[in-house]
Design a protein around this ligand. Structure first.
Ligand code: NDP
Length: 332
C-alpha cells in the first residue's frame, strides 16, 4: 500500500443506524497535528463501543474512527521533540472521540497527548492496560493518598470482571489488600480469585436496604465503576473514615443517597477522571505500572486479541457487560 494510505475502522450513520467497517484512508484526511504515529496496538473500552454506536455524548460527528487508546511508533513530529521510531502511547484527551482514534493504522495528535512508552512495559502490554488500567491506577492512587492501608480492612471492587475492575482487583491484591470482587458473572469467580480476589460477591448481595440511609459497615475502601444504585449501596456500607474511588457509570449515572454516610461516618467519595489528567499525572501512573506496580496477572487479564476487521463484533458484548478483562486490538 502507498505510504499515505492506511486501513482504519470507520463508523458511519446510515438511515439512523450506526455501522462500523474497515476502510482505506489517506493520511491527508487526518487533522493538522504535530505528531504522526504508526499505530500497532489499541484496546477496547466501554467508551469505544459507545462511540461506535452513535452516542453523541462521546462522538458528535460521523464518519468517525473510534479508539481512545493507541500505542505505536512515531513517524514524524513537526515540533522535533519526538524522534522518528520512538515508541509512544496515547490515551484519552480527544483521541477516538472527536479526533480519529486508535482503530486506524495512523493517527495525527498534538504533542501534549503523547507519552514515550514507559520503561518496563512492552507496547502490547500498555494496551492491555490502556485507559482502563490508567483509570484503575488513578483510583488506587487516590485511595492510597486518602490514607487507605491493608490493615484497615476489606476493599470492594465493583464491576470486577470488566476492564477497570479486573485491573483494580489485581493491583490492590498485589499491594497487599484483601479484595472483595463484586460481579454479575458467577462464571468469573474462579478467574477473579486467580487475579487475587480473596472473596467474590454477587451483585444481588448488595441490593438489600435501598430505602435506608446507612447500612452495616463493611468496607475500608472501594473502587466503583458501576455508579447508580450500586454506588449508593457501596457508600452506605463503607466503614467510618473509609474512601471510595468513583470512576464509572455502567449501572447508571444517578446517585440515590442522603448525606448521612458523609457527615456521620466521615466517608469520602473520590472522583476519578483519566481522560483530561495532565500528561505528567498520566506518566506517573504509567511509570508505576512499568515498575513497582508491574502486574503479574496482566497476561490473565487479556481476554483476547482481535484484528480491526474482527473488532466490531465485540461492541455489543462490552455494552452488555459480557466482556471479561481486557480486549487487545492488533492494528498494524
Ligand atoms: P467494562 O465493560 O470492561 O466493565 C464494566 C463492568 O461493569 C462489566 O463487566 C460488569 O462487570 C459491570 N456492569 C455492566 N453493566 C452493569 C449493570 N447494569 N449494573 C452493574 N454492573 C454492571 O468497562 P470498563 O471497565 O472499560 O469501564 C467501566 C466504567 O468506567 C464505564 O462506565 C466507563 O465509562 C468508565 N470509565 C471511566 C473512566 C474515567 O476516566 N472516569 C475511564 C475508563 C472507564 P460484572 O459483570 O463483573 O459486574
Amino acid at each position: 500500500m502507498a505510504d499515505h494510505l492506511f486501513r482504519a475502522l470507520q463508523t458511519c450513520e446510515q438511515d439512523g443506524r450506526y455501522r462500523t467497517n474497515l476502510v482505506q484512508r489517506n493520511v491527508n484526511e487526518l487533522p493538522e497535528h504535530d505528531v504522526l504515529v504508526d499505530v500497532h496496538w489499541s484496546s477496547l473500552n466501554y467508551k469505544d463501543a459507545l462511540s461506535a454506536s452513535g452516542n453523541k455524548g462521546v462522538t458528535r460527528h460521523y464518519p468517525h474512527t473510534p479508539g481512545i487508546d493507541a500505542a505505536g511508533v512515531v513517524l514524524s513530529d513537526r515540533s522535533g521533540r519526538l524522534a522518528p521510531g520512538t515508541e509512544v502511547i496515547i490515551t484519552g484527551y480527544d483521541l477516538g472521540m472527536g479526533t480519529a482514534g486508535g482503530y486506524g493504522e495512523r493517527i495525527a495528535v498534538p504533542g501534549q497527548w503523547v507519552l514515550p512508552c514507559p520503561a518496563g512495559l512492552a507496547l502490547q502490554d500498555t494496551m492491555v492496560l490502556g485507559t482502563a488500567g490508567l483509570t484503575a491506577g488513578l483510583c488506587v492512587r487516590a485511595l492510597l493518598q486518602a490514607g487507605l492501608t491493608p490493615e484497615q480492612g476489606d476493599v470492594l471492587v465493583t464491576g470486577a470482571s470488566g476492564g477497570v475492575g479486573s485491573i483494580a482487583v489485581a493491583l490492590l491484591a498485589q499491594l497487599g489488600f484483601r479484595v472483595v470482587a463484586m460481579t454479575g458473572k458467577t462464571l468469573a469467580h474462579d478467574w477473579l480469585r486467580s487475579l487475587g480476589a480473596a472473596e467474590c460477591l454477587d451483585r444481588s448481595e448488595l441490593e438489600a436496604g435501598q430505602d435506608k440511609p446507612m447500612l452495616a459497615p463493611r468496607w475500608a475502601g472501594a473502587v466503583d465503576v458501576v455508579g447508580g444504585q450500586v454506588l449508593a449501596q457501596v457508600i452506605k456500607t463503607t466503614r467510618y473514615g473509609g474512601a471510595i474511588a468513583c470512576c464509572g457509570l455502567t449501572g447508571g449515572a444517578e446517585l440515590p443517597l442522603t448525606v448521612f454516610p458523609f457527615i456521620l461516618r466521615n466517608v469520602r467519595l473520590l472522583g476519578v477522571d483519566s481522560v483530561e489528567q495532565p500528561l505528567a499525572e498520566k506518566a506517573a501512573i504509567w511509570d508505576l505500572f512499568g515498575g513497582p506496580w508491574k502486574l503479574e496477572a496482566l497476561p490473565a487479564i487479556c481476554s483476547g486479541i482481535y484484528s480491526l476487521d474482527e473488532l466490531p463484533e465485540q461492541f455489543d458484548d462490552i455494552l452488555a457487560g459480557r466482556i471479561r478483562g481486557r480486549v487487545l486490538v492488533k492494528v498494524g
